[in-house]
Design a protein around this ligand. Sequence first.
Ligand SMILES: C[S@@+](CC[C@H](N)C(=O)[O-])C[C@H]1O[C@@H](n2cnc3c(N)ncnc32)[C@H](O)[C@@H]1O
Length: 217
Amino acid sequence: MVLALPKKRDIYTKKAKSEGYRSRAAYKLLQIDKKFKIFQGEQTVIDLCGAPGGFSQIARDRSHGKARIFLVDIARIKPIPNITDIIKGDITKPSTILQIQQSLEKHGADDNDIIILADCSPDVSGHWTTDHARQIWLAETALGISNYFLAKIFVTKVFQGEQYQELLEKIKGSYQEVKAYKPPTSRKKSAEIYIIAISNKNKSSKRYNRLHLVESE
Ligand SMILES: C[S@@+](CC[C@H](N)C(=O)[O-])C[C@H]1O[C@@H](n2cnc3c(N)ncnc32)[C@H](O)[C@@H]1O
């Protein structure tokens, strides 16, 4: 199994620089949106593992500035115009989920339809089994967050490998429509693929119950 290694600056890296996008990843989300039409105006977008911000910039532009966008990453992120909030935190920590929830409430964004984006990659060690397991863990954590917020749409990156099918089944357990798509920007040699999941099956229940989130730190 091969991980995408940054090589010479390719067409999308140059394009991102000239068009003012923070990363070449921006074009992956653009291609996903052109195919699945996920951005439809007044939605709330939670961009997990979103640094340096290319996905959030696309969400902002494709929703014509109507979406509220919450960018979350363990790394520091430089401010981006017209992004509702930037949250520095580890998505595997309950304190980060609480911060997201509080920010959504503060900005009156908790009643909109929610889209969760998760372009999560661990620090790649080069040891495939370890990197695959860590990435699956991040994607599965993002699925848990999507279920917590009853996100209508969940888009996650997954490194395909031995644990891929099991994760796919878990996503199918939570969402009615589940599609796998490799955008043209994703390098052919890369093991990554994106899962686009629509209509949370738990939609009829309450979005989230504040009392269920116990701060443990
Ligand atoms: C491929 S980059 C995301 C690129 C981004 N979608 C964009 O368009 O610019 C993967 C990100 O995952 C973040 N990440 C990895 N583990 C994380 C964690 N536990 N919590 C939050 N972010 C994490 C990394 O810091 C990194 O910024």
